[in-house]
Design a protein around this ligand. Sequence first.
Ligand code: ATP
Length: 331
Amino acid sequence: MAHRIALIGGDGIGPEVTTEAVKVVRAAGVNIDTTDFDLGGQRYLRDGEILSDSVLNELRNFDAILLGAVGTPEVPPGVIERGLLLKMRFELDLFVNQRPFIGTAPGHATPHDFICIRENTEGPYVGEGGVLRKGTAHEVATQGSVNTRMGVERCIRYAFELASQRERKHVTLVHKTNVLTFAGDLWQRAFNDVAAEFPQVETAYNHVDAACIYFVQDPHRYDVIVTDNLFGDILTDLGGAVSGGIGLASSANLNPARTGPSMFEPVHGSAPDIVGTGKANPTAAILSAALMLDFLGESAAADRIRTACATNPTGSTVDIGNAIAALVAGK
Ligand code: ATP
């Protein structure tokens, strides 16, 4: 049976890179049935649609969502992010944001291989807060961070389950427990309690500022990292920078309970500066499609795609897609 994939090419280079990702998945011999959804900044500018509840309900019927990039300079920041990306994360309960980091950091001789698990539905991203006396000298803005025991624990448990299947079996909690004492205490206790269920998994703790140094100086210390939504957002961009750059960074927004589709997307944005030039590297989108195949139980094809991507073909967007497709097809 074909896997039913909702395809949101989106804006800018998004459709260019998802076209190559779909090409590679098909070349790997995986049977997918794709349906295009016209969503993103351009669609919003045309008729005001961002993500209506009826479209969201349509998306629920798919096995997975593959997204290119959304956002366009004409739309104010936050509109598409909150109305489309965050809405999908919250409504489809995509509570794990998983990003693999494989690469050789500048100044290092050997490659590192670690995974970051970012909590994806809580923290400062829930939009708790408000403004008072806006635009005056007495303006007040508050932005809360929500951390529930359920939300934190399920994310940490996912990280431990993942680590227990890996060779090193090691999980590092990254937080700022010395300053964010209320949330940090909840995270640390939940982490300790889940760790007790996985005696075979080793653990460590880093403050987020120290983790930034280690990402650059000593990335080999990491196997699986688990962290809060905002720390994870920032830390994973740094992870991408020390692992081959934006053209290679892939991500999965997972609903591990499988009560709906999970969503897979490259980390990069719509890159309006290079749209239509053929300069967009589709590898991040192709690697995101490989994460999708892992989640759909097609790991052998996903591994073949990763091996082909590791050859780092050069050329235009289509050249790179064709080269990777030919390698996975064994041509
Ligand atoms: P957004 O707000 O959507 O994240 P942005 O412009 O801040 O947009 P990106 O779209 O990720 O961020 O672009 C940042 C830079 O990286 C741009 O110069 C862009 O051309 C480059 N870039 C992004 N993705 C790719 C890619 N796949 N291949 C090559 N260059 C890329």
